[in-house]
Design a binder for this molecule. Structure first.
Ligand code: 13P
Length: 287
């Protein structure tokens, strides 16, 4: 059974570790992440953007696929299916389809409107046991065609949104989606500390987990980050492993063109990436 993120992240915050949100794109991605979570005895959050949801033919397909895998693969660790960067309508659709957690990204609305819409969604989601992540200060970089400016969140605004009853809060602290540029300034730990103090005991979310150096990840966790989102890194690992297979001409040997063979190196690469992150985030053995 899918669970919300409330309990798993409360435990993570108390235990000073973070649970990874890994975005899914298809069956191979989902299977790789679920199997790794089970092998690592780690809770896990499957992130689904609206674009990826559409690609997989809709939120209902996603929920049915994940539920089928929980049974078929005998997954017993806590698993949440979480809408990543949802619009207002997307959040309503995900709740309707059976997601166990949603993110409403109202960061591009004026703060008053962000508050109004967040409140409505919190009331609806919480009445169904579904957790809600809100965002203050847009995360930079590009996510599904939406380009964010990478603002640093205002701790007072974070406090306002946290007080609306959301379960977890994503705050921009200089993090961006995708690869970090050479001249990246790093995470803004002073602001993270202020936000953490203002919103305590709310678990905080760090987006743009790809490419953040290990020491920064550990420091962020020590300052109250309990959920870390990783997407691009699994995509890069999958692409590199698949490229290697094809460039070595393996798809031309025997039945190497069989999708179950062709996609196997990429599948293993996702598993290795997820395992590495779970170890770094400290969630291994915490299921
Ligand atoms: P990356 O693609 O940079 O890992 O970011 C993922 C993310 O934050 C999804 O919301």
């Amino acid at each position: 059974m899918l669970v919300s993120v409330t309990e798993m992240l409360k435990k993570a915050k108390e235990g000073k570790y973070a649970v990874g949100q890994f975005n899914i794109n298809n069956l191979e991605w989902t299977k790789a992440i679920l199997l790794t979570a089970q092998e690592c005895n780690s809770p896990v959050i499957l992130g689904v953007s609206e674009g990826a949801g559409k690609y997989m033919t809709g939120f209902k397909t996603v929920v049915n696929m994940v539920n089928g895998m929980l049974e078929g693969l005998k997954i017993t660790v806590p698993v949440a299916v979480h809408l990543d960067h949802g619009s207002y309508q997307g959040a309503l659709d995900a709740i309707d389809a059976g997601f166990s957690s949603i993110m409403f990204d109202g960061s591009h609305y004026p703060i008053d409107e962000n508050i109004e819409k967040t409140k409505e969604l919190v009331a609806l989601a919480n009445s169904k046991g579904i957790s809600v992540e809100a965002e203050v200060g847009s995360i930079g970089g590009e996510e599904d065609g939406v380009v964010g400016a990478g603002e640093v969140a205002d701790p007072a605004e974070c406090k306002m949104i946290a007080d609306l009853g959301v379960d977890i809060l994503a705050a921009g602290i200089g993090n961006i989606h995708g690869k970090y540029p050479e001249n990246w300034q790093g995470l803004n730990f002073e602001v993270l500390e202020e936000i953490s103090r203002a919103t305590h005991p709310m678990p905080l979310v760090l987006h743009g987990g790809t490419g953040i150096p290990e020491d920064m990840i550990k420091r962020a966790i020590s300052l109250g980050v309990s959920k870390i989102n990783v997407n691009t890194e699994c995509q890069l690992a999958f692409a590199a492993a698949t490229r290697k297979y094809v460039e070595a001409g393996k798809d031309l040997e025997g039945k190497g063109f069989d999708p179950r063979k062709l996609l196997a190196p990429g599948f293993e690469a996702i598993k290795a990436t997820v395992k590495e992150k779970m170890e770094l985030f400290g969630s291994v053995g915490k299921a």
